[in-house]
Design a protein around this ligand. Structure first.
Ligand SMILES: [Zn+2]
Length: 509
C-alpha cells in the first residue's frame, strides 16, 4: 500500500499466493449486483457447499493484507438471510460485527443473501482506506473482494466462481480469469479476495507482454491516448523490475486505474494486479506524473516484496482475528526503496533525481518517536489521523532512506559486493520457492547471512530502535557526499568506491 502524506497516497500490500488447488469438488459461488449512483448498495448472494458440522460460521474479513489495520468489514453488512438448496430458511445469528453463525443442520448447500453499503467516500473515510474497500459511483464502481464477500474458514481452499450483473454498457476489469459466460474464477478464496474488480461505463484497456507473460492496463477516467501513455510507463516499470529481480513471479498481471474526483492517490498491491486510485486532475503526460510512476513502481514491486516475500502470518492470513507484525518495515520500506531503483532503471528518473529523492534531505538527529518495528506493530490499530501519519512517515518518508543506509552498510562490509537486492534473491530462494513466509524475528539473521557479517548493531539502532542513521556518511561507500541538498561525487573516488558504485547502480546477473 502507499499513501503520500500531503495528498494521502496509500500503497498497501496484500498478500496471498495463488493457492493451487486440486479440481474443485465443491465450489463457492457468489453473485454480485448493484445500482450505480450515490447511495447505492451491493447485493451479494453466496452459495457454500457443506463445511461439516451442524453450524456454518460465515465471516467478513476483519482486516486486509496490505492495509493491516482492523477494518471489520462486517460493520457495513446487513443481517444476512440463509436457506438450503430447497429454499428452507435457516436461522442466522450475528455473533459479532463480522461473524455470523448459520444453523445449517444437514444442509449440503447453504445459500446466503445480504446487502452491504458502498463503503468509501474518499481516500480515508469511515476508518477505511479507499483501495482496501469498495465504492459505487455514478459511472464507475470497484470492489476489493475481501471487503465485501463473506467466507467460511473451512472452505477458503475451494474454487470460487463469481457472476456479476453489471449495469447496461458497463465493463469489468480484473486479474481473475473469465469463462465464456463471463463468470470469474479463482482457485481459492485467498486468490479471489486478492483480486480487485474495477467496473466502469467507460473503460480503456491496453495489453502488452513482458517475458512472454500477458499484462493489461485498464483505466477509468482518462481517454484512449492517456491510457496508452500510462500503459507505456507500466511496461517500462515491469521490464525494469524483471531485469532487477531476474524474472516475474506470476503468470499474468493487470494494472487497474481509477481517475476520480474522490481520489487522493492511493494504491493497494495484490499478487496478480493492483488497484490504484488517483485524482482526475492528474495528467499522466505531465510533470505531475512522477507521483503516478512512483506509486505504480511501488505497487508493482510489491509483487515480490509483501505479496510473495512476507512474514509467516501473511502467508495464509487469518482474517477472523486482528493481525500484528513488527515486519511491515520490510513490506513497505524495502518496497518503497526499490521503487526508486525501478524508476531509475526504467528511465523515469535520472541518477541525480534518484539520489536527491533518497538522500537529499537529512534524517532528524533526534531520531524518531517510535521504533520502526513498533510502528509496524501499531498498524493494527490505525485510526484516521495520527496513526496514519506516523505510519506514512515511517514507511514512505524516512523508511526508504533507512533502507538506503542499510544497503550501503551491507555494501561497505562486503567490499561493495552485496546489498539488499541480494537479500531479496536469498528470500526468494528460501521462502517463495518453498511456499512459506519468513519467521517474525528472522530478518536480521538473513541480512547477516547475505553479508557474512554482523549488522545487528545497525538493526538494533535504526530499525528496532529509534535512532536514524547518518545518510551522508553512508553515501561515502559509493563515493558521494552531500553539499547542502545536492548529492555530489567525491573528488578522486577510490577504486573500492567506484566498484561499489557500479554494483549499486547495476542490474545484478
Ligand atoms: Zn506498499
Amino acid at each position: 500500500m502507499k499513501f503520500v502524506s500531503h495528498q494521502p497516497l496509500f500503497n498497501a500490500a496484500c498478500l496471498a499466493l495463488a493457492g493451487l488447488t486440486t479440481p474443485a469438488v465443491a465450489q463457492v459461488e457468489y453473485e454480485l449486483s448493484f445500482e450505480p449512483g450515490a447511495g447505492g448498495s451491493w447485493s451479494v448472494e453466496a452459495s457454500f457447499p457443506d463445511s461439516g458440522g451442524e453450524v456454518m460460521d460465515l465471516w467478513l474479513a476483519r482486516w486486509t493484507a496490505g492495509a493491516y489495520h482492523l477494518a471489520d468489514f462486517g460493520r457495513f453488512v446487513e443481517m444476512p438471510s440463509a436457506q438450503d438448496a430447497a429454499g428452507t430458511k435457516l436461522p442466522v445469528e450475528r455473533v459479532s460485527e463480522s461473524h455470523f453463525r448459520i444453523a445449517k443442520g444437514a444442509a449440503e448447500r447453504v445459500i446466503v443473501h445480504y446487502r452491504a453499503e458502498s463503503i468509501s467516500e474518499g481516500v480515508f473515510t469511515r476508518g477505511v482506506i479507499d483501495v482496501e474497500s469498495n465504492r459505487i459511483a455514478e459511472d464507475y464502481a470497484y470492489v476489493t473482494p475481501v471487503s465485501l464477500f463473506g467466507f467460511v474458514p473451512e472452505l477458503v481452499g475451494e474454487e470460487v466462481v463469481l457472476e456479476v450483473a453489471l449495469p447496461a454498457g458497463w465493463r469489468a476489469a480484473t486479474a481473475l480469469e473469465a469463462d465464456e459466460d463471463g463468470r470469474f474464477h479463482a482457485p481459492s478464496y485467498y486468490h479471489f479476495e486478492d483480486s480487485p474488480l474495477l467496473f466502469s461505463a467507460d473503460l480503456h484497456t491496453v495489453r502488452f507482454e513482458v517475458d512472454g507473460k500477458p499484462h493489461a492496463v485498464s483505466v477509468h477516467g482518462k481517454g484512449k491516448e492517456e491510457t496508452a501513455v500510462i500503459a507505456d510507463g507500466c511496461r517500462r516499470i515491469v521490464e525494469a523490475t524483471s531485469a532487477l529481480m531476474d524474472g516475474l513471479p506470476y503468470s499474468h498481471y493487470h494494472f487497474l486505474f481509477g481517475f476520480t474526483p474522490k481520489s487522493g492517490g492511493s494504491g493497494l498491491e495484490h499478487s496478480f494486479s493492483t488497484l490504484i486510485l488517483l485524482p482526475s486532475a492528474l495528467d499522466p503526460a505531465r510533470a505531475g506524473a512522477r507521483a503516478l510512476w512512483g506509486i505504480v513502481a511501488h505497487e508493482f514491486f510489491h509483487t515480490w516484496c509483501a505479496e510473495r516475500i512476507h512474514v509467516e502470518g501473511l502467508h495464509r492470513p487469518d482474517y477472523t482475528k486482528p493481525f500484528s507484525t513488527g515486519t511491515i518495515w520490510v513490506n513497505e520500506g524495502v518496497t518503497e526503496y526499490f521503487a526508486h531503483h525501478i524508476l531509475l532503471h526504467a528511465g523515469l528518473v535520472d541518477r541525480d533525481g534518484f539520489l536527491r529523492a533518497l538522500a537529499g534531505s537529512r534524517l532528524s538527529a533526534k531520531g524518531r518517536a517510535t521504533s520502526w518495528t513498533d510502528t509496524s506493530r501499531a498498524a493494527t490499530h490505525w485510526t484516521e489521523g495520527a496513526g496514519v501519519m506516523d505510519f506514512t512517515s515511517a514507511m514512505y518518508g524516512s523508511g526508504p532512506k533507512v533502507i538506503l543506509a542499510l544497503d550501503l552498510e551491507m555494501r561497505r562490509i562486503t567490499q561493495g559486493e552485496r546489498g539488499i537486492v541480494d537479500l531479496l534473491h536469498l528470500l526468494r530462494h528460501e521462502y517463495i520457492d518453498r511456499d512459506r513466509g519468513f519467521p517474525e524475528g528472522a530478518m536480521i539473521g538473513l541480512i547477516n547471512d547475505v553479508t557474512e557479517g554482523d549488522l545487528t548493531g545497525f538493526y538494533e539502532s535504526y530499525i528496532a530502535g529509534t535512532d536514524y542513521p547518518d545518510l551522508a556518511a553512508a553515501l561515502e561507500v559509493i563515493g558521494y557526499s552531500r553539499n547542502r541538498r545536492k548529492i555530489v561525487e567525491v573528488d578522486e573516488p577510490s577504486e573500492d568506491q567506484l566498484r561499489a558504485r557500479a554494483d549499486f547502480f547495476s542490474i545484478p546477473r
